[in-house]
Design a protein around this ligand. Sequence first.
Ligand SMILES: [Zn+2]
Length: 302
Amino acid sequence: MTLPAAFVLKVDVDTHVGLRDGAPRLLELFEKHGIRASWFVTMGPDRTGRSALRVFRQKGFLSKMLRSGAPRLYPMSTMLRGTLLPAIPVVAGQPERLRAIERGGHELGIHGFDHVYWHDELAAMNPGEVEAEVERAASLFEDILGRRPDCFAAPGWQCTAASLRATDALGLRHRSDTRGTRPYRPSMSGYDSPTPEVPTTLPTLDEILGRVGSSATELNAAYAEWIDDDGLNVHTIHTEVEGAAYLEQLDGLLERVRDRVPIRTLGEVVEELGPPQDLPLESVAPGRLPGRGGTVACQGTM
Ligand SMILES: [Zn+2]
């Protein structure tokens, strides 16, 4: 399989404020650069404050929060959502912001229903519970956009055989649930997915902040070194981070990337890969990444 040379921006929208404030800023930035991205929106409640409780449960989470300056990345109101402040829907009160992404010519799919619930509980959910989460997200997406979603990205890079099966039932064209190096079809606990998986290949900003530096110049110099001009580069960004305090950093990165590698969507990359059944089947297993607390689904080999 020859991989198309490409740089893909995968945009995750995790919170109400991310969709309200970060998404319009990113849409404007992408328009300025004349590029299209692959967006994945959490369709249900914003209970981000719940994730603050991970500090007490998860090794490495507190150090990540402090190193990446999470209080600076996420406004206090977002940090308290679902704890001291009531949960608020990410999309339901502002459907026009979802439509604006599609109107901008971008690729648009779903990033689960309840991000925090998926991230923390997926491994313990039974297949019916996973199907319900996926269906709630897909139904709301359809209510607003008049079509079923055809691509999916797992919240927090958490996936299981049940989640692969439940999302495959949507008839996906492709998904991006894992961290890895090249496109494949995921296999977990005896379930072989027919859907192309295009993993995130580059580290995220919050994983490298404070480790390779903290200025835009230092961060972008690191990315410039990691980007493979002849290969596939998938970079996950967040409306709450690059769409807020790190907008200028992303602007600078796109400036550097533009002349090196074509910027494409995940769907465009998948179209060039050929028939999905020709993609290699590879196992997925939880793994740890530098700079990230807890485990994420990682591409392995069979
Ligand atoms: Zn997310």
